[in-house]
Design a protein around this ligand. Structure first.
Ligand code: PHE
Length: 433
Protein backbone atom coordinates (compact mmCIF):
# COMPACT_ATOMS: atom_id res chain seq x y z
CA UNK A 1 0.00 0.00 0.00
CA UNK A 2 1.30 3.48 -0.77
CA UNK A 3 0.52 6.16 1.84
CA UNK A 4 -0.10 8.90 -0.68
CA UNK A 5 -0.87 8.64 -4.39
CA UNK A 6 2.33 9.51 -6.27
CA UNK A 7 2.30 12.55 -8.56
CA UNK A 8 4.53 13.49 -11.52
CA UNK A 9 6.90 16.20 -10.38
CA UNK A 10 6.17 18.36 -13.43
CA UNK A 11 3.92 18.52 -16.47
CA UNK A 12 6.92 17.89 -18.69
CA UNK A 13 7.78 14.67 -16.83
CA UNK A 14 4.20 13.50 -17.34
CA UNK A 15 4.36 14.20 -21.08
CA UNK A 16 7.78 12.53 -21.43
CA UNK A 17 6.55 9.45 -19.58
CA UNK A 18 3.41 9.10 -21.71
CA UNK A 19 5.43 9.65 -24.89
CA UNK A 20 7.89 7.03 -23.56
CA UNK A 21 4.99 4.63 -23.19
CA UNK A 22 3.55 5.35 -26.61
CA UNK A 23 6.81 5.35 -28.55
CA UNK A 24 7.95 1.78 -28.85
CA UNK A 25 8.64 -0.97 -31.34
CA UNK A 26 5.31 -0.11 -32.95
CA UNK A 27 6.72 3.23 -34.12
CA UNK A 28 10.04 1.96 -35.38
CA UNK A 29 9.45 -1.37 -36.99
CA UNK A 30 5.78 -1.21 -37.87
CA UNK A 31 4.59 2.28 -38.71
CA UNK A 32 7.04 3.20 -41.51
CA UNK A 33 6.48 -0.09 -43.28
CA UNK A 34 2.70 0.01 -43.01
CA UNK A 35 2.79 3.53 -44.36
CA UNK A 36 4.95 2.56 -47.32
CA UNK A 37 2.81 -0.44 -48.18
CA UNK A 38 -0.55 1.29 -47.76
CA UNK A 39 -0.34 4.25 -50.04
CA UNK A 40 2.37 6.45 -48.48
CA UNK A 41 1.18 10.03 -48.11
CA UNK A 42 -2.45 8.94 -48.56
CA UNK A 43 -2.06 6.60 -45.60
CA UNK A 44 -0.32 9.29 -43.55
CA UNK A 45 -3.15 11.73 -44.21
CA UNK A 46 -5.80 9.13 -43.26
CA UNK A 47 -3.82 8.12 -40.18
CA UNK A 48 -3.54 11.74 -39.04
CA UNK A 49 -7.27 12.26 -39.46
CA UNK A 50 -7.99 9.03 -37.57
CA UNK A 51 -5.80 9.85 -34.61
CA UNK A 52 -6.81 13.51 -34.47
CA UNK A 53 -10.55 12.83 -34.65
CA UNK A 54 -11.07 9.27 -33.42
CA UNK A 55 -8.19 8.04 -31.25
CA UNK A 56 -8.13 11.33 -29.41
CA UNK A 57 -11.44 10.28 -27.83
CA UNK A 58 -10.37 7.06 -26.04
CA UNK A 59 -7.05 8.74 -25.25
CA UNK A 60 -8.83 11.62 -23.49
CA UNK A 61 -11.19 9.12 -21.84
CA UNK A 62 -8.32 7.22 -20.24
CA UNK A 63 -6.54 10.40 -19.19
CA UNK A 64 -9.83 11.80 -17.88
CA UNK A 65 -10.65 8.65 -15.91
CA UNK A 66 -7.15 8.75 -14.41
CA UNK A 67 -7.46 12.40 -13.48
CA UNK A 68 -11.01 12.14 -12.07
CA UNK A 69 -10.64 8.94 -10.04
CA UNK A 70 -6.90 8.96 -9.21
CA UNK A 71 -6.84 5.19 -8.86
CA UNK A 72 -5.58 2.17 -10.75
CA UNK A 73 -7.62 0.72 -13.64
CA UNK A 74 -9.53 -1.85 -11.54
CA UNK A 75 -10.52 0.53 -8.73
CA UNK A 76 -11.47 3.20 -11.27
CA UNK A 77 -14.02 0.98 -13.02
CA UNK A 78 -15.17 -0.38 -9.69
CA UNK A 79 -15.80 3.18 -8.46
CA UNK A 80 -17.93 3.92 -11.52
CA UNK A 81 -19.97 0.81 -10.67
CA UNK A 82 -18.92 -2.46 -9.01
CA UNK A 83 -20.42 -4.27 -12.00
CA UNK A 84 -17.60 -2.86 -14.18
CA UNK A 85 -14.80 -4.28 -12.07
CA UNK A 86 -14.14 -6.95 -14.71
CA UNK A 87 -13.29 -4.23 -17.26
CA UNK A 88 -10.42 -3.14 -15.02
CA UNK A 89 -9.16 -6.70 -14.65
CA UNK A 90 -9.47 -7.26 -18.39
CA UNK A 91 -7.20 -4.25 -18.91
CA UNK A 92 -4.73 -5.71 -16.40
CA UNK A 93 -4.84 -9.09 -18.14
CA UNK A 94 -4.11 -7.41 -21.49
CA UNK A 95 -1.29 -5.30 -20.15
CA UNK A 96 0.27 -8.30 -18.44
CA UNK A 97 0.12 -10.43 -21.59
CA UNK A 98 1.67 -7.83 -23.92
CA UNK A 99 5.10 -7.79 -22.18
CA UNK A 100 5.15 -11.60 -22.36
CA UNK A 101 5.96 -11.34 -26.07
CA UNK A 102 7.27 -7.75 -26.19
CA UNK A 103 10.07 -8.59 -23.73
CA UNK A 104 11.19 -11.57 -25.82
CA UNK A 105 12.05 -8.98 -28.46
CA UNK A 106 13.71 -6.95 -25.68
CA UNK A 107 15.93 -9.96 -25.01
CA UNK A 108 16.93 -10.16 -28.68
CA UNK A 109 17.78 -6.43 -28.57
CA UNK A 110 20.12 -7.03 -25.60
CA UNK A 111 21.84 -9.81 -27.53
CA UNK A 112 22.42 -7.57 -30.56
CA UNK A 113 23.75 -4.77 -28.35
CA UNK A 114 26.22 -7.30 -27.00
CA UNK A 115 27.43 -8.56 -30.38
CA UNK A 116 27.86 -5.02 -31.71
CA UNK A 117 29.71 -4.07 -28.51
CA UNK A 118 32.09 -6.99 -28.97
CA UNK A 119 32.18 -6.20 -32.69
CA UNK A 120 31.99 -9.91 -33.53
CA UNK A 121 29.50 -9.82 -36.33
CA UNK A 122 28.15 -12.84 -38.17
CA UNK A 123 28.52 -13.03 -41.96
CA UNK A 124 24.87 -13.71 -42.55
CA UNK A 125 22.36 -12.20 -40.16
CA UNK A 126 19.42 -14.21 -41.52
CA UNK A 127 21.11 -17.48 -40.53
CA UNK A 128 22.38 -15.97 -37.29
CA UNK A 129 18.97 -14.67 -36.23
CA UNK A 130 17.12 -17.90 -36.84
CA UNK A 131 19.78 -19.96 -35.07
CA UNK A 132 19.94 -17.55 -32.13
CA UNK A 133 16.19 -17.11 -31.60
CA UNK A 134 15.63 -20.89 -31.74
CA UNK A 135 18.10 -21.62 -28.93
CA UNK A 136 16.68 -22.66 -25.59
CA UNK A 137 18.77 -21.02 -22.90
CA UNK A 138 20.14 -17.70 -24.15
CA UNK A 139 16.94 -16.06 -25.49
CA UNK A 140 15.05 -17.07 -22.32
CA UNK A 141 17.84 -15.74 -20.13
CA UNK A 142 17.94 -12.43 -22.00
CA UNK A 143 14.15 -12.10 -21.91
CA UNK A 144 14.28 -12.43 -18.12
CA UNK A 145 17.21 -10.02 -17.96
CA UNK A 146 15.26 -7.45 -19.98
CA UNK A 147 12.25 -8.04 -17.72
CA UNK A 148 14.30 -7.43 -14.58
CA UNK A 149 15.93 -4.32 -16.06
CA UNK A 150 12.43 -2.98 -16.78
CA UNK A 151 10.96 -4.01 -13.43
CA UNK A 152 13.57 -2.04 -11.47
CA UNK A 153 11.84 1.24 -12.38
CA UNK A 154 8.27 0.50 -11.24
CA UNK A 155 9.89 -1.21 -8.22
CA UNK A 156 11.60 2.07 -7.29
CA UNK A 157 8.44 4.13 -7.68
CA UNK A 158 6.90 6.78 -9.87
CA UNK A 159 9.32 9.65 -9.17
CA UNK A 160 12.50 7.81 -8.29
CA UNK A 161 12.10 5.11 -10.91
CA UNK A 162 9.71 5.70 -13.81
CA UNK A 163 10.15 9.45 -14.10
CA UNK A 164 13.94 9.33 -13.86
CA UNK A 165 14.19 6.53 -16.41
CA UNK A 166 12.04 8.37 -18.94
CA UNK A 167 13.70 11.75 -18.38
CA UNK A 168 17.05 10.16 -19.11
CA UNK A 169 16.20 7.70 -21.85
CA UNK A 170 13.74 9.66 -23.98
CA UNK A 171 16.15 12.54 -24.76
CA UNK A 172 18.83 9.95 -25.61
CA UNK A 173 16.31 8.19 -27.81
CA UNK A 174 15.50 11.45 -29.63
CA UNK A 175 19.19 12.25 -30.07
CA UNK A 176 20.03 8.85 -31.58
CA UNK A 177 16.99 8.94 -33.85
CA UNK A 178 18.02 12.37 -35.14
CA UNK A 179 21.63 11.27 -35.76
CA UNK A 180 20.53 8.16 -37.63
CA UNK A 181 17.91 10.03 -39.68
CA UNK A 182 20.42 12.71 -40.73
CA UNK A 183 22.95 10.02 -41.63
CA UNK A 184 20.31 8.12 -43.64
CA UNK A 185 19.43 11.22 -45.64
CA UNK A 186 23.04 11.49 -46.87
CA UNK A 187 22.89 8.02 -48.43
CA UNK A 188 22.35 7.48 -52.16
CA UNK A 189 19.04 5.69 -51.59
CA UNK A 190 17.51 8.60 -49.69
CA UNK A 191 15.30 9.71 -52.56
CA UNK A 192 13.85 6.26 -53.31
CA UNK A 193 13.41 5.65 -49.57
CA UNK A 194 11.43 8.81 -49.10
CA UNK A 195 9.43 8.11 -52.26
CA UNK A 196 8.50 4.64 -50.95
CA UNK A 197 7.24 6.16 -47.76
CA UNK A 198 5.55 9.35 -48.91
CA UNK A 199 4.50 8.77 -52.54
CA UNK A 200 0.71 9.14 -52.57
CA UNK A 201 -1.02 6.13 -54.06
CA UNK A 202 -4.77 6.60 -54.06
CA UNK A 203 -5.46 3.03 -55.15
CA UNK A 204 -4.85 1.97 -51.54
CA UNK A 205 -7.60 4.14 -50.17
CA UNK A 206 -10.08 1.51 -49.04
CA UNK A 207 -11.64 -0.10 -45.96
CA UNK A 208 -8.60 -2.27 -45.20
CA UNK A 209 -6.27 0.70 -45.20
CA UNK A 210 -8.50 2.64 -42.82
CA UNK A 211 -8.76 -0.31 -40.44
CA UNK A 212 -5.02 -0.90 -40.59
CA UNK A 213 -4.44 2.75 -39.68
CA UNK A 214 -6.83 2.52 -36.76
CA UNK A 215 -5.34 -0.72 -35.38
CA UNK A 216 -1.86 0.75 -35.60
CA UNK A 217 -3.00 3.96 -33.89
CA UNK A 218 -4.51 2.11 -30.92
CA UNK A 219 -1.41 -0.01 -30.38
CA UNK A 220 1.06 2.81 -30.74
CA UNK A 221 -0.82 5.14 -28.41
CA UNK A 222 -0.99 2.39 -25.74
CA UNK A 223 -4.77 2.80 -25.58
CA UNK A 224 -7.16 0.17 -24.23
CA UNK A 225 -5.28 -1.41 -21.37
CA UNK A 226 -5.35 1.11 -18.56
CA UNK A 227 -1.77 2.28 -19.10
CA UNK A 228 -2.66 5.84 -20.04
CA UNK A 229 -5.29 5.78 -17.30
CA UNK A 230 -2.67 4.80 -14.71
CA UNK A 231 -0.15 7.40 -15.90
CA UNK A 232 -3.04 9.91 -15.96
CA UNK A 233 -3.87 9.11 -12.34
CA UNK A 234 -0.50 10.57 -11.32
CA UNK A 235 -1.08 13.88 -13.11
CA UNK A 236 -1.56 17.18 -11.35
CA UNK A 237 -5.10 18.52 -11.01
CA UNK A 238 -4.51 21.51 -13.26
CA UNK A 239 -3.35 19.45 -16.25
CA UNK A 240 -5.34 20.10 -19.42
CA UNK A 241 -6.38 16.72 -20.79
CA UNK A 242 -7.19 17.59 -24.39
CA UNK A 243 -3.96 19.57 -24.82
CA UNK A 244 -1.89 16.77 -23.25
CA UNK A 245 -3.55 14.19 -25.49
CA UNK A 246 -2.78 16.20 -28.65
CA UNK A 247 0.81 16.74 -27.50
CA UNK A 248 1.19 13.00 -27.08
CA UNK A 249 -0.30 12.27 -30.49
CA UNK A 250 1.90 14.85 -32.23
CA UNK A 251 5.11 13.57 -30.58
CA UNK A 252 4.27 9.94 -31.31
CA UNK A 253 3.55 10.67 -34.98
CA UNK A 254 6.65 12.83 -35.49
CA UNK A 255 8.78 10.04 -34.05
CA UNK A 256 7.12 7.37 -36.20
CA UNK A 257 7.69 9.44 -39.36
CA UNK A 258 11.31 10.19 -38.40
CA UNK A 259 11.84 6.47 -37.90
CA UNK A 260 10.75 5.95 -41.50
CA UNK A 261 13.03 8.75 -42.69
CA UNK A 262 15.84 6.85 -40.95
CA UNK A 263 14.97 3.34 -42.13
CA UNK A 264 13.97 3.56 -45.79
CA UNK A 265 16.95 5.50 -47.17
CA UNK A 266 19.18 2.84 -45.56
CA UNK A 267 17.06 -0.03 -46.89
CA UNK A 268 16.97 1.40 -50.43
CA UNK A 269 20.67 2.31 -50.45
CA UNK A 270 21.50 -1.35 -49.94
CA UNK A 271 18.88 -2.63 -52.35
CA UNK A 272 17.01 -4.70 -49.76
CA UNK A 273 13.26 -5.38 -49.93
CA UNK A 274 11.53 -3.15 -47.38
CA UNK A 275 9.95 -5.23 -44.63
CA UNK A 276 8.60 -4.88 -41.11
CA UNK A 277 9.08 -6.54 -37.76
CA UNK A 278 11.79 -8.96 -36.76
CA UNK A 279 13.28 -9.39 -40.22
CA UNK A 280 13.75 -5.63 -40.61
CA UNK A 281 15.30 -4.97 -37.20
CA UNK A 282 17.25 -8.18 -36.65
CA UNK A 283 18.25 -9.19 -40.19
CA UNK A 284 18.17 -6.39 -42.80
CA UNK A 285 19.27 -3.44 -40.66
CA UNK A 286 22.21 -5.17 -38.88
CA UNK A 287 23.30 -6.75 -42.18
CA UNK A 288 23.50 -3.28 -43.70
CA UNK A 289 25.23 -1.75 -40.69
CA UNK A 290 27.84 -4.51 -40.82
CA UNK A 291 28.83 -3.26 -44.31
CA UNK A 292 29.44 0.31 -43.18
CA UNK A 293 32.90 1.59 -42.19
CA UNK A 294 31.83 2.27 -38.57
CA UNK A 295 29.63 -0.83 -38.37
CA UNK A 296 29.97 -1.31 -34.60
CA UNK A 297 29.01 2.30 -33.88
CA UNK A 298 25.94 2.38 -36.12
CA UNK A 299 24.78 -1.07 -35.04
CA UNK A 300 25.20 -0.18 -31.42
CA UNK A 301 23.29 3.08 -31.56
CA UNK A 302 20.50 1.52 -33.63
CA UNK A 303 19.97 -1.21 -31.02
CA UNK A 304 20.32 1.35 -28.21
CA UNK A 305 17.48 3.20 -29.95
CA UNK A 306 15.33 0.05 -29.96
CA UNK A 307 16.30 -0.61 -26.34
CA UNK A 308 15.19 2.83 -25.13
CA UNK A 309 11.98 2.63 -27.15
CA UNK A 310 11.04 -0.79 -25.80
CA UNK A 311 12.09 -0.35 -22.17
CA UNK A 312 10.16 2.92 -21.68
CA UNK A 313 7.06 1.21 -23.12
CA UNK A 314 7.73 -1.86 -20.99
CA UNK A 315 7.96 0.25 -17.84
CA UNK A 316 4.48 1.66 -18.50
CA UNK A 317 3.03 -1.80 -19.10
CA UNK A 318 4.47 -3.10 -15.82
CA UNK A 319 3.44 -0.01 -13.85
CA UNK A 320 -0.19 -0.55 -14.89
CA UNK A 321 -0.23 -4.02 -13.28
CA UNK A 322 1.89 -2.93 -10.31
CA UNK A 323 -0.51 -0.06 -9.52
CA UNK A 324 -3.46 -2.47 -9.71
CA UNK A 325 -1.83 -4.97 -7.36
CA UNK A 326 -0.91 -2.23 -4.86
CA UNK A 327 -4.42 -0.75 -4.78
CA UNK A 328 -6.43 -3.97 -4.86
CA UNK A 329 -4.40 -6.35 -2.72
CA UNK A 330 -3.11 -3.68 -0.33
CA UNK A 331 0.48 -4.78 -0.74
CA UNK A 332 3.68 -2.73 -0.95
CA UNK A 333 4.97 -1.43 -4.29
CA UNK A 334 8.04 -3.66 -4.02
CA UNK A 335 5.95 -6.79 -3.50
CA UNK A 336 3.62 -5.81 -6.34
CA UNK A 337 6.60 -5.34 -8.67
CA UNK A 338 8.01 -8.74 -7.75
CA UNK A 339 4.66 -10.49 -8.32
CA UNK A 340 4.21 -8.78 -11.71
CA UNK A 341 7.75 -9.78 -12.70
CA UNK A 342 7.12 -13.40 -11.70
CA UNK A 343 3.89 -13.65 -13.70
CA UNK A 344 5.46 -12.16 -16.83
CA UNK A 345 8.52 -14.42 -16.44
CA UNK A 346 6.40 -17.57 -16.34
CA UNK A 347 4.49 -16.70 -19.53
CA UNK A 348 7.34 -15.12 -21.47
CA UNK A 349 9.54 -18.22 -21.29
CA UNK A 350 7.20 -20.39 -23.41
CA UNK A 351 6.75 -17.35 -25.71
CA UNK A 352 10.51 -17.23 -26.21
CA UNK A 353 10.70 -21.00 -26.69
CA UNK A 354 8.06 -20.80 -29.40
CA UNK A 355 10.90 -19.91 -31.80
CA UNK A 356 12.73 -23.13 -30.86
CA UNK A 357 11.64 -26.25 -29.01
CA UNK A 358 8.00 -25.16 -28.87
CA UNK A 359 7.78 -24.04 -32.50
CA UNK A 360 5.44 -26.90 -33.36
CA UNK A 361 3.17 -26.26 -30.41
CA UNK A 362 0.29 -24.32 -31.94
CA UNK A 363 -3.04 -23.06 -30.69
CA UNK A 364 -5.48 -21.93 -33.41
CA UNK A 365 -2.61 -22.50 -35.81
CA UNK A 366 -0.44 -19.92 -34.02
CA UNK A 367 2.69 -20.28 -31.91
CA UNK A 368 2.47 -18.99 -28.33
CA UNK A 369 4.32 -15.80 -29.32
CA UNK A 370 2.03 -15.13 -32.30
CA UNK A 371 -1.08 -15.97 -30.31
CA UNK A 372 -0.17 -13.48 -27.57
CA UNK A 373 0.59 -10.80 -30.15
CA UNK A 374 -2.54 -11.46 -32.23
CA UNK A 375 -5.09 -11.72 -29.41
CA UNK A 376 -3.84 -8.70 -27.49
CA UNK A 377 -3.39 -6.36 -30.49
CA UNK A 378 -6.37 -7.39 -32.62
CA UNK A 379 -8.96 -8.45 -30.06
CA UNK A 380 -8.27 -7.17 -26.54
CA UNK A 381 -7.12 -3.65 -27.48
CA UNK A 382 -10.10 -2.69 -29.67
CA UNK A 383 -12.54 -4.54 -27.37
CA UNK A 384 -11.27 -2.87 -24.19
CA UNK A 385 -11.19 0.52 -25.91
CA UNK A 386 -14.80 0.03 -27.01
CA UNK A 387 -15.95 -0.84 -23.48
CA UNK A 388 -13.98 2.07 -21.96
CA UNK A 389 -15.64 4.53 -24.39
CA UNK A 390 -19.11 3.08 -23.75
CA UNK A 391 -18.69 3.29 -19.98
CA UNK A 392 -17.22 6.81 -20.09
CA UNK A 393 -19.86 7.97 -22.56
CA UNK A 394 -22.95 6.37 -21.10
CA UNK A 395 -22.34 5.57 -17.43
CA UNK A 396 -20.60 8.63 -16.02
CA UNK A 397 -22.88 11.68 -15.85
CA UNK A 398 -21.41 14.64 -17.75
CA UNK A 399 -18.08 12.90 -18.25
CA UNK A 400 -17.57 14.69 -21.57
CA UNK A 401 -18.15 18.09 -19.98
CA UNK A 402 -15.55 17.36 -17.32
CA UNK A 403 -13.01 16.24 -19.88
CA UNK A 404 -13.72 18.14 -23.07
CA UNK A 405 -15.40 21.28 -21.73
CA UNK A 406 -18.83 22.69 -22.52
CA UNK A 407 -18.24 24.54 -25.79
CA UNK A 408 -18.92 23.45 -29.35
CA UNK A 409 -15.88 21.18 -29.35
CA UNK A 410 -17.14 19.46 -26.21
CA UNK A 411 -20.44 18.74 -27.96
CA UNK A 412 -18.72 17.30 -31.04
CA UNK A 413 -16.47 15.12 -28.88
CA UNK A 414 -19.48 13.92 -26.94
CA UNK A 415 -21.18 12.68 -30.12
CA UNK A 416 -17.95 11.01 -31.22
CA UNK A 417 -17.57 9.34 -27.82
CA UNK A 418 -21.12 8.07 -27.58
CA UNK A 419 -21.80 7.01 -31.16
CA UNK A 420 -19.10 7.34 -33.81
CA UNK A 421 -16.12 5.84 -32.03
CA UNK A 422 -18.00 2.77 -30.69
CA UNK A 423 -19.39 1.98 -34.16
CA UNK A 424 -15.93 2.27 -35.73
CA UNK A 425 -14.37 0.10 -33.03
CA UNK A 426 -16.99 -2.59 -33.59
CA UNK A 427 -15.99 -2.62 -37.28
CA UNK A 428 -12.32 -3.01 -36.31
CA UNK A 429 -13.16 -5.84 -33.95
CA UNK A 430 -15.23 -7.70 -36.49
CA UNK A 431 -12.42 -7.56 -39.07
CA UNK A 432 -9.79 -8.36 -36.42
CA UNK A 433 -11.56 -11.53 -35.32
N1 PHE B 1 2.83 1.81 -27.69
C1 PHE B 1 3.87 0.84 -27.63
C2 PHE B 1 4.54 0.68 -28.99
O1 PHE B 1 4.25 1.39 -29.91
C3 PHE B 1 3.37 -0.48 -27.16
C4 PHE B 1 2.64 -0.48 -25.86
C5 PHE B 1 1.54 -1.25 -25.71
C6 PHE B 1 3.08 0.25 -24.79
C7 PHE B 1 0.88 -1.27 -24.52
C8 PHE B 1 2.41 0.26 -23.57
C9 PHE B 1 1.29 -0.50 -23.44
O2 PHE B 1 5.37 -0.15 -29.17
Amino acid sequence: MEDKRPEWSSHLSFIIATVGSAVGLGNIWRFPYIMGKNGGAVFLFTYLLIIALICIIPLCCELGLGKLYKQDAVKTFCSISPKYKWVGWLCILTVTLIPCFYFVVGGWILNYIWIFLKNQLPQNFAIYFSSFSSQTFMPCFLTILFLIMTAIFPYRGVNKGIEKANNLMMPLFALILTILAIFALTLPGAKSGLLFMFKPDFSHFDKTMILTALGQALFTLSIGMGTILTYGSYMKDDTNIVKSAYTLIICDTIIAITAGIMIFPIVFSFGVEPSAGASLAFISMPQMFSQLPCSAFFGLIFFALLFFASITSGISMMETSVAAFIDNFKISRKKAAIITTAIIAVISIPASLSFGVLSDFKIFDKTIFDLLDYTTSNIFLPFNTLIICLIAGWSIPYFWKKVFGEGFLGGVFNILLKFAVPVILICVLVTGV
